[in-house]
Ligand binder design. Sequence first.
Ligand SMILES: [Mg+2]
Length: 194
Amino acid sequence: MAKTLRVGFDLDGVILYNPIRILRPFAKNFLKPIKAAFFHQEKSLFYLPQSNFEKLLWKIIHWTSFKPNKGLEDLRKLAKNRKIKFYLITGRYDFLANDYFQWLKKIDAKKIFTQCFYNSKNLQPNVFKENMIKKLKLDIYVEDNFDIIEKLNHQSAGWRTKILWLTNIMDKNIPYQFKFFTLKEVYLYLKTLV
Ligand SMILES: [Mg+2]
């Protein structure tokens, strides 16, 4: 039997539909320089909320991931295929754990994913994802944030994981080899591989 295909998924914007993900260019070009200027945070880093107020704002932003993405039910069916294994890897920080666990229950994650992981030690999201991708030896990882994709693809020679990009209307003109517009399209692609 051919080897099992190991596929990881991001949560917000991939497994969950998140309408404000289109604000990524805004967050990157506007919010981050402000943050860097006033709080001396390194520009290349992803934002890590510090104060309770910032954490509250961050939680509210994540409440906008308000429903399972279309295509999740197709993935649930595909997960029964023994030639494929799904993992959930989200960069969500420790203080979002409650919301994260609630989502796992709501989507009955146990029936889709072999294992689920969140960023409990508050690492930079791309570092956490990279660590997990290597640890789990993933063949494919599905991500919606192009900043993270760029960082993940800046890897040393041993990097063989294919990063699929679930894009959005604001970013869709950025050229990328493995670009998908819906989770359903990702599902159809994965289906051809098993
Ligand atoms: Mg995401």
